[in-house]
Design a protein around this ligand. Sequence first.
Ligand code: DGL
Length: 267
Amino acid sequence: MKPLLGFFDSGVGGLTVLKRVLERHGRVRCVYLGDTARVPYGNRAPAEIRLIAAEVVAWLRAQGVTTVVMACNTTNALARDVAEGQAGCPVIGLIGAAAAMVKTRRVGVLATPATVNSGAYRASIEALKPGSVVLEQSCPAFVPLIETGDLCSDDLRRAATDYLAPLLAASVDSIVLGCTHYPLLVPLLRQLLPESVQLIDPAIGVAHQLDAVLGPPCAPVADCLQLDACCFNVTADPDGFASRATPWLGERPVVMHQLLRRPDQDH
Ligand code: DGL
């Protein structure tokens, strides 16, 4: 059976993971679900995040996916067990992949409030790299601002300056982008950070982990992404999503609108 990957996130963030996977593996059959009706996830209570994870993974399962990629750190931090229970197939997450990519001892993590409150990144990095100093910074304003589509706004710059200040004061030497929306901010973050600070995108680790499912990486056949086997879905505003996705994907995707049902409403 040919693999069919199921990606999910609250919005455009998961596209940063999808892009890394397509860059490494070329044409990949996948279903993407952006739960734009409920973005942001990261400002919600854990119980609600777990319910949402059950719904979105049940929907992906109904599409026949053979591997679920949790392209969302918040659900990865709070509901990985829920996703595994619901998926009926292997589930790949970001947090373990990120911890394996950390090479320095003073580590900052930028993430949503829910991810930071869960302590999942700290636990995962400390387990793999004992003796590390891990500083987690909650960034509640980032996702709502990124989802407006304006990545150059003054509000974003101000928020980024505020969120980076404690990490810079603590002299971190690497920063994990602990929310899949944040790679969209790399140009801005690079302007605000010394060159010596490494940015870690967990999606790169996920793309490597998928070698086990998709086979070894393939040489790029073109300088654009191969999107023809990707099916994009959102729970609200497909046109807005398509517009926001275009600069990142390099072409305007066709996006379908979906209504999700709770798993216990299926019968
Ligand atoms: N991009 C997701 C994450 O990685 C969700 C962010 C949100 O909706 O708050 O955490």
